[in-house]
Design a protein around this ligand. Structure first.
Ligand SMILES: Nc1nc2c(ncn2[C@@H]2O[C@H](COP(=O)(O)OP(=O)(O)OP(=O)(O)O)[C@@H](O)[C@H]2O)c(=O)[nH]1
Ligand SMILES: [Mg+2]
Ligand SMILES: [Zn+2]
Ligand SMILES: [Zn+2]
Length: 370
């Protein structure tokens, strides 16, 4: 459950918001004020008949999602990674999977029209046209805002609702520190760093050339440890942290496109279906197994330096490695996907929910048993 002292922040300008600081507006454009003992909202115009009010942030004047001050918890994360790492396809597949699972327990809903517009455009590309989501325009960071309701856990008739704010920018944006991105990174509870394993040259050499080409949009970034160093330097600049201090955030390091690594991971846990949703919580044991498999895979491929950079910059107990595939299978042609079966795309989000005590720890369901 949520910490009652947790501060809420505006998803647009990241300033703190509370019932006292937000501004209320009437549908007609006039300011609205709270009146009477019940603090009911009333338009300043006595004759107004709108009776429809909006809440705006006093800092940036953006309209705040309805009910944002009453949610039980807040999850906020930024997707970070070079251009072509797979951020936007991952985000689309993640929300798609959450919506698909919604019937069971968690109901995910958009909090504003912009979020739904952006998501449905990308979802159509991916799941209807079977094409990758287009590259994100530099400078165009619009936070996506979703709410997650826990329908099986009502307390005195009230269903807990959590807000989920996600920032997905363009990889190019991570080269210069712009105020908007600094704020997103500062305001994130978790940093989700996406890493495309195809950037390791050894992998390229052992892979079908077509699949490699169809899965890559950016240039080969041959020094993953240097790339991760640049990313951490960038995060530090955004947080105004000196190099001597570790970054105090949870970090999910997500290996994307693992559909191309079936020969490497064979039947190990990374390639098995995610057990968390079925178990109704977070199967820590499975997640640790996947984390180990990916770390060992990095070592086997000569990337000890990558792990070194992670250890140097983050707190080890706050780091978790994940392996996902947004499409489940390699592309079938240039800019063309076949059947789409997202693989383990909810694992990082479920880890965050577990860290926030929103979902419990579970043990793996045994074959055939309950
Ligand atoms: N094989 C495979 N390829 C993928 C997968 N996800 C993305 N790709 C490929 O990677 C390319 C880049 O993915 P994006 O999601 O656009 O990457 P991004 O990180 O959002 O890139 P920018 O918006 O430019 O920063 C896509 O066009 C696909 O060709 C995946 O799960 N498997
Ligand atoms: Mg993108
Ligand atoms: Zn604001
Ligand atoms: Zn009015």
């Amino acid at each position: 459950m949520m910490n009652p002292f947790e501060k809420r922040i505006c998803p647009y300008c990241m300033s703190y918001i509370s019932k006292k600081t937000v501004k209320y507006y009437c549908e007609c454009g006039q300011e609205a004020v709270q009146a009477g003992i019940l603090k009911k909202l009333k338009c300043k115009d006595e004759n107004c008949t709108c009776h429809l009010y909006h809440t705006k942030c006093a800092g940036c004047s953006n309209e705040l999602p309805a009910g944002i001050l009453d949610y039980n918890g807040y999850l906020r994360f930024s997707l970070i990674g070079v251009s072509g790492a797979g951020k936007s396809n991952f985000l689309t597949a993640m929300i798609h999977e959450m919506r698909r699972n919604s019937a069971e327990r968690w109901v995910i809903s958009h909090m504003n029209a912009e979020t739904f517009r952006e998501y449905s455009k990308n979802e159509e590309k991916m799941f209807v046209n079977h094409e990758p989501v287009p590259a994100t325009h530099p400078g165009a960071i619009i936070p996506q805002q979703w709410s997650i309701s826990d329908t099986q856990n009502s307390f005195m008739g009230k269903i807990p609702i959590y807000s989920l704010t996600i920032f997905d920018g363009a990889g190019e944006d991570e080269e210069h520190v712009a105020p908007v991105i600094s704020k997103c990174i500062q305001g994130s509870k978790t940093l989700v760093i996406l890493f495309d394993p195809l950037n390791i040259r050894q992998i390229q050499n052992n892979m079908n050339a077509d699949i490699y080409r169809w899965s890559m949009t950016g240039n080969l970034n041959d020094h993953p440890d240097a790339m991760i160093t640049s990313l951490t330097n960038y995060i530090r600049k955004c947080l105004q942290l000196p190099p001597s201090q570790k970054i105090k955030k949870d970090v999910a390091i997500v290996f994307t496109k693992i559909d191309t690594l079936k020969n490497d991971f064979e039947n190990s846990a990374v390639m098995q279906e995610s057990p968390h949703m079925t178990a109704g919580g977070f199967v820590e044991q499975d997640s640790v197994e996947v984390d180990n498999l990916i770390r060992n895979w990095l070592k086997k491929n000569g990337q000890d330096a990558f792990l070194g950079v992670i250890n140097k910059n983050f707190y080890p107990e706050r780091v978790r490695f994940f392996g996902v595939s947004s499409i489940g299978n390699p592309p079938v042609a240039e800019r063309k996907f076949g059947v789409i079966t997202p693989h383990r795309v909810l694992d990082p989000l479920l880890w965050m929910m577990y860290r926030e005590n929103i979902i419990p720890e579970k043990t793996k369901h045994l074959e055939g048993g309950k």
